[in-house]
Design a protein around this ligand. Structure first.
Ligand code: ARG
Length: 594
């Protein structure tokens, strides 16, 4: 029998195949595999119950027949996987220590895991849209979530074998440029040398420009005229616009680097400005869009949330009254481009949950448009997320009530981490403490942002995210560093400790428990990848670190028994590799020491 990387999935598949050979099972049968109560096994399939109900059969008898068929299929070796029927018709599976030992011998390094990991996304061409910030604005705390979640999702998809394009869809073509150009000229603004300073000042100019045009109707007209000039390609405005975009990109780029974000392409909204005409034409020709008081709108009546006559009745406005394109038309053009140019099988958009309605309407409209035109419709997924809350339960703000700049948040995280690292390691040279603090500080804000289900809000607390105990980045980084130090003390390395292909079978309770946790990596990756929810990786890593601690406290690694020592060093090595691989999937680079 083959040693599977992902036993839960393989058992699921084996059960489906066996059920297919039996008359009592319909095509609706799903094994419903889940982790079992450890007293009865490692995995449990509950699906026979639903099937028996459908067939009006005795569930226990049906489960017995299925187990027989499975045993006869030869898919499972009884010395590696034990099967039993329990209760009203549950099927329990227990992996024998020999299976665990073989698994540990076979899957050793990050590359083995990467080659074996898979999910529904494997082999697909996927465009992921992030971080996509708006031009002429500094990145704020909301972008922390976009970069953390976007990067983790991207890494997960890539790890599972997707062919990925990271497309940075920056907002570089909005009406705000009218006000900005107007205000730049009115104030006689000169761009400072430093890009970050320039961006800060541009943000202020936008504010003062908005206030001024609000009070002066002539100024508002003048700002509109600046926008029209830009749209018509006026050289002066185009040069200014390019400069603004360049300055913004350069400032954002610094933060991308901090978070390890590397877009493959940056095709902002401006790239699509000459591609929206086709959208209007085709939507009209398909009878999907209609004119409404000068604007072009799409009613998506198939969705009760937006349907005409419903409480929230709202159309998708794809062209403004003044004939200009908007966020919607640009997104429709972008979607088509990603299909025609990148041949996307799937598109993943990462934004906060305030854009849920937009994407819902976008997806409805695209489905109808593509169907009418016979274009292949990719899978469309909106990976949205909730807010970061301050201690008062309201969205996180600065003490003065302003937006929290991402730059400032990172600086504070690193400073706080430096204080903690210095307290814990007063003897390390300052330069090394600084380096460690940079990793730990960024990792800490990143991890807390990923560890809870992204669709909810969470409360931001410095004490919690920097704690060395509990489900935090410092705790996991420390777990890695501790295993690394075990190797140093043992006079070996991670690689040597993990080498060798002889099967070493775990025997003690703690060895078996840790081995089983290690095997759980595949399912955590698969689930996280299928749901595009990185928190499954965080929960898993935290449990793995716990299982390692229990093992380390129970079983002496450097024991005199050479066979036990070899197995335990191997377990240390595998745990370290899985922890490091998992952290990297989250965008966190592990440390040798801390
Ligand atoms: N620039 C937008 C914003 O900051 C996000 C863009 C997301 N991507 C998209 N294709 N709409 O809100």
């Amino acid at each position: 029998m083959e040693i599977w990387f992902d036993p839960a999935e393989e058992l699921d598949a084996a059960l489906r195949r066996a059920a297919g050979t039996l008359p009592g099972f319909s095509e609706h049968f799903s094994p419903e595999m889940r982790p079992a109560d450890p007293r009865f096994g490692d995995y449990q399939a509950n699906g026979v119950l639903a099937e028996a109900k459908r067939a009006k059969a005795n569930p226990r008898a049906l489960a017995g027949a299925l187990v027989e068929a499975l045993k006869n299929s030869g898919a499972l070796d009884a010395s590696l996987v034990e099967i039993s029927v329990a209760g009203p018709g549950f099927i329990n599976f227990r992996l024998a220590p020999a299976f665990l030992g073989s698994w540990l011998a076979r899957f050793r390094g990050a590359e083995d895991f990467r080659r074996s990991a898979h999910s529904a996304c494997s082999g697909k061409k996927i465009v992921i849209d992030y971080p996509s910030p708006n031009t002429a604005k500094q990145m704020h705390v909301g972008h922390l979530r976009i970069m953390d979640i976007g990067e983790a999702v991207a890494r997960l998809l890539e790890f599972c074998g997707a062919n990925l394009i990271r497309d940075n869809h920056i907002g570089d073509w909005g009406t705000n440029f009218g006000v900005l150009l107007f205000e730049i000229k009115r104030s006689g603004f000169a761009f400072p040398e430093d890009d970050e300073a320039a961006l800060e000042q541009l943000e202020e100019l936008y504010k003062s420009g908005t206030a001024f045009t609000k009070e002066n109707p002539e100024a508002l007209d003048a700002a509109r005229a600046e926008l029209v000039r830009l749209q018509q390609g006026d050289p002066e405005n185009t040069a200014l616009w390019k400069r603004i975009v360049r300055v913004s990109d350069a400032a954002c780029e610094k933060l991308y680097r901090v978070f390890g974000v590397k877009p493959d392409v940056t095709l902002g909204e401006s790239f699509y400005r000459d591609k929206v005409g086709r959208v209007y034409d085709e939507l009209l020709a398909c009878g999907i869009a209609e004119e409404d008081d000068g604007a072009l709108v799409v009613w998506n009546d198939e969705d009760p949330r937006f349907a005409r006559g419903s409480e929230n009745a709202a159309p998708f406005i794809v062209r403004k009254k003044d004939g200009g394109s908007n966020y919607a038309s640009t997104d429709l053009a972008t979607l088509l481009y990603r299909v025609e140019h990148f041949h996307a099988d799937e598109i993943v958009y990462v934004t906060d949950d305030r854009q849920c309605d937009h994407f819902r309407m976008l997806f409805h409209t695209a489905a109808r448009w593509f169907k009418c035109k016979g274009y292949p419709l990719p899978a469309l997924r909106h990976v949205y997320f909730g807010k970061i809350l301050g201690g008062n339960g309201k969205p996180l703000k600065t003490k003065e009530g302003g937006t929290v700049r991402l730059k400032a948040l990172v600086a504070e995280a690193v400073e706080r981490a430096f204080a903690i690292v210095s307290e814990k390691n007063p003897d390390l040279p300052e330069a090394e403490r600084r380096k460690i603090a940079e990793t730990v500080g960024v990792a800490a804000i990143r991890y807390v942002d990923l560890m809870s289900n992204r669709t909810g809000d969470y409360m931001f607390s410095w004490d919690r995210l920097l704690a060395f105990e509990g489900n935090t980045a410092p705790y996991l980084l420390y777990a890695v560093a501790r295993i690394r130090s075990v190797f140093r003390k043992a006079g070996t390395t991670l690689e040597d400790a993990g080498a060798g292909d002889e099967v070493l079978v775990p025997a003690t309770d703690a060895e078996i428990a840790l081995s089983k946790k290690l095997l759980g990596f595949s399912a955590a990756v698969r689930t996280a990848c299928e749901e595009l929810r990185p928190h499954h990786i965080c929960s898993y890593l935290f449990e793995l670190a716990g299982a390692f601690s229990a093992f380390y406290n129970a079983d002496k690694v450097m024991t005199d028994d050479p066979a036990a020592r070899a197995l335990r060093l191997r377990l240390c090595s595998r745990t370290c590799v899985v922890l490091e691989t998992g952290l990297r999937l989250l965008g966190i680079e592990p440390l040798e020491r801390m």
